[in-house]
Design a protein around this ligand. Structure first.
Ligand code: ZN
Length: 161
């Protein structure tokens, strides 16, 4: 039975890359929840989960194109240090948000620091990676009108107000 839209879906997952590195997992933070049919998760992931039975497990492999896209070399830029606000800590691994001329927020990570400038990368951290999901569907229930109005899940594994 396929999961319809506007359901709260609760699942456990472990996400690994092709070398077995764990990229993300619900083991530490508890189950993951989303509202179906809202584009809150990768479309291919939602499609795979939508035909699972509660209590079952499934393995899903998504190529980068069905995940977070190919790695884009053009999204890597070298920027002079003088262009950063004074309170930015210019260290490798620091993540910040830039705004493009349209006011769209674009996260980036600092990947290299030199004397005069730094290299920043706008690629999604999972861009270019094959995604291997170990999925376990725990629960499916109707979303409440309040959850649908807010656009997020409430409760123990969801949003707290
Ligand atoms: Zn809310």
């Amino acid at each position: 039975m396929a999961i319809e839209s506007n359901k709260v879906v609760t699942l456990n997952f472990t996400l690994t890359d092709d070398t077995g590195n764990i990229l993300d997992s619900t083991k530490d933070g508890g189950p993951f929840t989303y509202i179906s049919g809202k584009g809150m998760v990768l479309p291919k992931l939602e499609e795979a989960v939508s035909i699972m039975m509660i209590g079952t497990k499934k393995q899903l492999k998504l190529e980068a194109v069905d995940g977070y896209g190919d790695y884009n070399e053009d999204a890597v830029q070298v920027v002079g240090k003088e262009n950063f606000p004074g309170d930015f800590i210019l260290e490798v691994g620091m993540e910040y948000m830039a705004s493009n001329p349209d006011g769209v927020h674009m996260p980036f990570v600092i990947t290299e620091v030199r004397e005069e400038d730094v290299t920043i990368d706008f690629n999604h951290p999972l861009a270019g990676k094959t995604l291997n999901f170990d999925l376990e569907l725990l629960d499916v229930r109707d979303a409440t009108p309040e959850e649908l109005a807010h656009g997020h899940v409430h409760g123990p594994n969801g949003h707290h107000h």
